[in-house]
Design a protein around this ligand. Structure first.
Ligand code: NAP
Ligand code: 8YV
Length: 316
């Protein structure tokens, strides 16, 4: 018996090949009229291979026999897990296989931002080294910095380990103090920001964390402060961030994720001490392939054994 899977948006070719070999895959993005396609085949869809589409009751009603949403990526703020639980639909994600890659990117982004490496490279490429002389000395250094990590989970801990090797002091904030962790814990994000000069956001997106990094937090971070966001754009109030940068309330920022990505505010791009990356935290071929394999493994395991490999925590 063949199982019908819906793919709302294109996925990696390696994922598509593996899914095609195991299932009957319906590509919503290929349809001239996606709504008409869903009305026609929605009833027979039993699984969804997902990359970044919104999943809620309105969507689930169009695939009433779906049993599993297998999402590509560890963050799943685009999936309403309450709606999925209410509809008895399993949700899976792709943790662990990207942890080290994302932590490497986070450290790279932090150093790029603080030492202005992107701007210095542009200086050379623009011919300024020969024309105007050396790139100006950076006002900030990584030396002596204290790193505050918002979201000391899998990736946060991998960042902390790397930061320790770079000689940074590490503090953290999350919803609760973690047993067996010696880094100083701060019960509020503002307290964490006040205790550090480099704030690393690696908490999940969603309603609970929306705009957690606001003007109060940025003011607490202070004029030597750098904000690094490798988590989700929604966690940072981008308007407040721009205002804080313009006012010198913090010194700079390194951002891999944005509130309305792929749109990035022009003002952010024009500020001198802002380093921007287009959400590339996990974006190596090897890591993305491993994430894709986990999507395939979750779907296969579900339909072969009735168990998912990496369900999201809300699934119990
Ligand atoms: P994780 O292991 O679940 O860690 C998340 C951490 O955030 C936990 O330590 C948790 O601590 C804290 N947290 C969770 N919900 C919170 C809330 N509502 N308020 C405050 N803290 C909260 O996840 P992970 O694997 O490290 O991934 C973290 C996030 O990184 C993902 O959700 C994703 O958004 C982002 N990410 C980005 C990229 C990229 O390419 N830029 C790549 C991968 C992941 P407590 O439970 O103690 O609160
Ligand atoms: C991916 C991510 O870029 O895993 C996550 O949460 O943000 C990234 O690894 C994204 O999920 C791919 O769509």
């Amino acid at each position: 018996m063949t199982v019908d899977i819906l793919m709302p948006r294109p996925m990696l070719l390696s994922v598509q090949e593996k899914l095609d070999a195991a299932f009957t895959v319906h590509r919503l993005y290929d349809a001239d009229d996606p709504e008409a396609m869903l009305a026609e085949i929605g009833d027979k869809i039993r699984g969804v291979a997902l990359s970044w589409s919104k999943i809620d009751t309105a969507f689930l009603e169009k695939v009433p026999n779906a049993e599993i949403i297998a999402s590509f990526g560890v963050g799943y703020d685009h999936v309403d897990t309450d709606d999925c639980l209410a509809a008895d639909v399993m949700v899976t994600h792709t943790p662990d296989v990207l942890t080290d890659e994302v932590a490497d990117t986070a450290i790279g982004l932090m150093i790029m931002a603080i030492r202005e490496l992107g701007q210095a490279e542009q200086w050379l490429r623009d011919g300024n080294w020969t024309g105007k002389g050396p790139y100006p000395l950076t006002p900030a250094t990584l030396r002596g910095r204290t790193l505050g990590i918002f979201g000391l989970g899998r990736i946060g801990k991998a960042i902390a380990k790397r930061a320790e090797a770079f000689g940074l002091e590490v503090h953290y904030h999350g919803r609760s103090r973690q047993d067996g962790i010696e880094y100083p814990y701060h019960a509020s994000l503002t307290d964490l920001a006040a205790a550090c000069d480099t704030l690393m956001v690696v908490a999940p997106g969603g309603a609970e964390t929306k705009h957690a990094v606001n003007r109060e937090v940025l003011d607490a971070l202070g004029p030597q402060g750098f904000l690094i966001n490798i988590g989700r754009g929604s966690v940072v109030d981008e308007t407040a961030l721009i205002a804080a940068l313009e006012a010198g309330a913090i010194m700079g920022a390194g951002l891999d994720v944005f509130e309305y990505e792929p749109e990035v505010p022009e003002k952010l791009l024009q500020l001198p001490r802002v380093t921007v990356l287009p959400h590339v935290g996990s974006a190596s071929q090897a890591t993305r392939d491993a994430m894709g394999q986990l999507v395939v493994d979750n779907l296969k395991s579900w339909f072969e054994t009735g168990k998912a490999v990496t369900p999201v925590p809300e699934m119990g």
